[in-house]
Design a binder for this molecule. Structure first.
Ligand code: GDP
Length: 425
């Protein structure tokens, strides 16, 4: 399951639903910068950041694969938060790859300094980029180190923290409380340690015995480090290829690729946004009431999102790279907020040429203009509708038009944020 746009597509709830039919649910990329919101059957919200979305299901084993990265402090606080909701998190239910890299505490301080300068990218300051950079430089530390002597690792952690001191004072930032950070990290290392195992062997053995696996993509297509709008991307592969490398399974294992598309195109952070809306009147409706769960603001960052019209040209590219076999469309209930007529971008123009598919670079995207088609909106409230045939004709036509433009069936339709507010076809 992958996000086909720019993140925040509503993947959490879709993956949570798909997890009901899966024996294994795995994260293969990214770290605690993801932020899925799962709504439990009793209406309570569960904000997940690194823990896979199958955690609320008793029968599901959740995997944090080698392609993901783990910050022990955030991991410890996330599982404490989940347990507070009455959901047990044990090593039987959650397994962390011994090859996943650790986010060391000084990485987030390095990021903080970088975010102050010219190369600021509006990152989540969770140390993600530095962890992946260290991995690529072969200077990273993997969770396997937690299985050995913690004293040696604590020295590495301390030296890392000491190394940022000079840079902080140069940037007029207060000194780091090294002892407090080391103490917190060391305590979290102990909490994380029992979950660490060779998940590649575990997953492959379970697959051979017939288990079903759901790979949960964090972030989204346009944030993929190779296929997204570089450099406005994350540091890992968010697309289908990342599943095999990020879990240690064969690409041939994948039989189905579900792409999640949000009817309200949104983006957090910098970068080109071909269909962006600047009309405050439309924006205020589309942003929604900031106190509600489905307002267009970031789960992890709280930042208000940039919003635009649905972009089929971008989705076509995501479908190609991910080998998408079906789509889940979320937030159909919000579409009438665009107005009586709904614009959908079905192609771009670029230097006088019409493009059915988005180009692969931010640089080219900056020069693209949207080509819009218009559909009619509907007045009816659809949040309690549970079958496709009961949707207003205009809503059905909207869904069918997206199927035609993308060439893919839409199998799930979100009509509200609750777990039961989905039409399955
Ligand atoms: P993710 O980052 O892709 O996992 O996105 P989330 O799962 O956090 O979803 C983003 C927000 O959209 C959350 O507040 C969800 O509750 C909300 N949401 C998801 N699907 C729908 C939908 O169909 N309708 C409405 N109104 N809200 C939705």
């Amino acid at each position: 399951m992958f996000g086909q746009q720019r993140g925040d597509e509503g993947k959490g709830r879709i993956v949570d639903m798909l997890a009901q039919e899966s024996d294994l649910v795995a994260r293969f990329n990214g770290g605690s910068n993801a932020g899925h919101t799962v709504v439990l059957p009793d209406g309570r919200e569960l904000a997940l950041h690194i823990v896979p979305s199958g955690i609320a299901h008793e029968h599901t084993v959740n995997i944090i694969g080698n392609g993901a990265i783990v910050d022990p402090v955030r991991f410890a606080s996330e599982i404490a938060d989940i347990e507070k909701r009455g959901i047990a998190v044990t090593p039987d239910k959650l397994k962390v790859s011994s090859s996943a890299h650790l986010v060391l505490p000084h990485y987030k301080y390095l990021e903080e300094i970088r975010e102050m300068g010219h190369s600021a990218q509006g990152s989540t300051k969770a140390g993600i980029a530095d962890t992946y950079a260290a991995k690529a430089q072969r200077a990273g530390v993997r969770t396997e180190r937690l299985l050995g002597d913690h004293a040696a690792l604590i020295t590495v952690v301390k030296e890392g923290l000491q190394s940022v001191g000079l840079n902080r004072s140069k940037n007029k930032l207060p000194p780091v409380d090294i002892d407090a950070d080391v103490k917190e990290y060391a305590a979290a290392m102990k909490i994380l340690q029992p979950f660490v195992t060779d998940t590649s062997v575990y997953v492959n053995e379970r697959l051979q015995k017939g288990a079903s696996l759901l790979a949960e993509g964090a972030q989204a297509f346009l944030l993929d480090v190779d296929h997204g709008m570089y450099p406005y991307v994350t540091s890992s592969n968010t697309t289908a290829g990342g599943v095999a490398t990020g879990l240690g399974i064969a690409p041939t294992t994948l039989s189905k690729s579900v792409g999640v598309v949000k009817a309200v195109q949104s983006h957090v952070g910098g970068g080109p946004f071909v269909t962006e809306i600047f009309d405050e009147k439309i924006l205020s409706k589309l942003h929604g009431d900031m106190s509600t769960i489905d307002a267009e603001k970031g789960t992890t960052t709280g930042r208000v999102r940039r919003l635009g019209y649905l972009d089929i040209a971008g989705i076509r590219r995501a479908n190609m790279v991910n080998g998408t076999t079906e789509l889940a469309l979320t937030k159909l209930d919000w579409v009438p907020r665009y107005g009586k007529k709904i614009k959908v971008c079905t192609a771009y123009t670029h230097r006088g040429e019409t493009l059915a598919m988005a180009p692969d670079s931010a640089w080219a995207l900056e020069k693209c203009e949207p080509v819009y088609e218009e559909l009619s909106a509907w007045d009816e409230d659809i949040t309690e509708v549970r079958s496709f045939s009961k949707l207003p004709t205009a809503a059905q036509d909207y869904v069918k038009a997206i199927e035609t433009w993308t060439g893919l069936p839409i199998t799930h339709i979100g009509v509200g944020p609750r777990r039961d507010q989905v039409i399955t076809r």
